[in-house]
Design a protein around this ligand. Structure first.
Ligand code: FHN
Length: 396
């Protein structure tokens, strides 16, 4: 008897911890639906790495230890940062939300967090609360604000180093209980202070290894149930860019630089599409880099970005397009120009995109279909040209 009860109890704990019996509440379903309706958001990769102007992986690329890398903090003064101006550009482009790197892999926080060792914006000469200013500007313009949050870390001694962090720390066992406590305290601050719509995780993959037989092996149990439950208790959605199949408690399925169901980047091999959750594809406007890179000359054109938006919409997905501001806090001029032209198209044709659901593609791939309120829209373009897509209504 007792053994059976113990086995049943154990099974229940297992089920709970894997989230298999998770049932989303009404607020959660509603927030997912609203998120899917947005269809277009702006991703911002901005942090201390922007000062090095070599992309967001610079510290790891050149194997800088945390002390050396962090020295640039004392010279970080983005004098041109103006949250209102940023948000005006995003809104004019037709974006409905903004997702910013609150803390990327380098471990630097863009808000005056009280729970770290001082590696945050309040300890730079700039001192201002970047996320706070952005939250106010987004609220004023009616844009949702979401926070990217890196799980992996190249700064803290309690982080159990995975395959990329070893380039910075060498072997580092860390103390995950302490690191998780820190992350949960930061996430609480982010939600309580700024009320984001989504916490967008990244970096779990540094502890996932794909074996030659295709199976995955994990070197860290992140204990996501505790983290996800905290976020859900505060009525915020969870997204995890882990390049893996969805967990029940994850609210948004993410595809990095890929349309759902495709695997052009090599990131999406292990991912499948689930029916009941919104999808988001993130992609870059610069070439192959998310953070600011001073030598960057190649930017996507406005028609290219619009095609990304409509192709994502045809696959029932939002598009989150990334811009990397520079160390002064300015958005690259070319990105601003492209966004302005995207906005012109969205103002005229956005009715076929916002609030729509995916309708797939024509056989030749040159037309994307979206559906909304019983109407099907065909959005067509000619490959090999730089023309904007045209929208028409499909007669049933
Ligand atoms: O390593 C990051 C990268 O810097 C960037 O943040 C992208 C955005 O999706 N995610 C990671 C790579 O998967």
């Amino acid at each position: 008897m007792r053994l059976n009860a113990a086995i049943a109890g154990f099974a229940a704990v297992m089920a709970l911890s894997s989230g298999a019996d998770y049932v989303p509440e009404n607020w959660n379903r509603e927030a997912r639906r609203k998120f899917a309706d947005c269809r277009f958001g702006i991703f911002i990769h901005w942090g201390l790495y922007s000062a090095y102007a070599q992309g967001e992986w610079y510290q790891q690329d050149v194997c800088l230890d945390t002390e050396t890398y962090g020295r640039i903090k004392d010279g970080f003064y983005p004098s041109k940062f103006n949250a209102k101006e940023w948000v005006r550009v995003f809104k004019d482009a037709g974006a409905k939300y903004v997702t910013i790197t609150s803390r990327h892999h380098d471990g630097f926080s863009l808000w005056p967090t009280k729970v770290d060792d001082g590696f945050n914006i309040s300890n730079t000469p700039f001192k201002r609360d970047v996320l706070g200013e952005l939250a106010v500007a987004c609220r004023e313009e009616g844009l949702q604000l979401n926070f990217y949050y890196s799980l992996m870390d190249w700064h803290r001694s309690d982080y159990p180093a995975g395959k990329t962090a070893r380039a910075v720390f060498g072997e580092q066992k860390g103390d995950y209980t302490s690191y998780k406590r820190f992350m949960m305290a930061q996430i609480s601050e982010l939600i309580d202070w700024y009320r984001p719509g989504v916490i967008w995780f990244d970096g779990e993959w540094e502890h996932v290894h794909r074996r030659s037989d295709g199976k995955t092996e994990r070197t860290l149990d992140w204990e996501f149930d505790d983290i996800y439950d905290l976020i859900h208790r505060k009525k915020v959605l969870v997204a995890n860019n882990n390049h893996l199949p969805m967990r029940p408690k994850e609210d948004v399925q993410l595809f990095e630089r890929d349309l759902p169901g495709e695997n052009k980047t090599g990131f999406s091999a292990g991912q499948t599409v689930v029916e009941d959750r919104p999808i988001e594809q993130c992609d870059v406007i610069q070439k192959n880099v998310w953070g600011y890179r001073i030598k960057e000359r190649e930017f996507r054109s406005a028609p290219d970005v619009v095609r990304l938006i409509v192709r994502a919409a045809a696959k029932d997905s939002n598009l989150l397009v990334n811009i990397g501001p520079d160390a002064s806090g300015r958005l690259p001029a070319k990105a601003v120009e492209v966004m302005r032209d995207v906005g012109v198209w969205m103002r005229e044709n956005g009715y076929a995109v916002y609030g729509s659901r995916g309708g797939g593609f024509s056989k030749d791939g040159g037309t994307a279909y979206t559906r909304k309120h019983g109407v099907t829209y065909a959005i067509s373009w000619t490959d090999g040209t730089n023309s904007m897509p045209r929208v028409s209504t499909v007669k049933n």
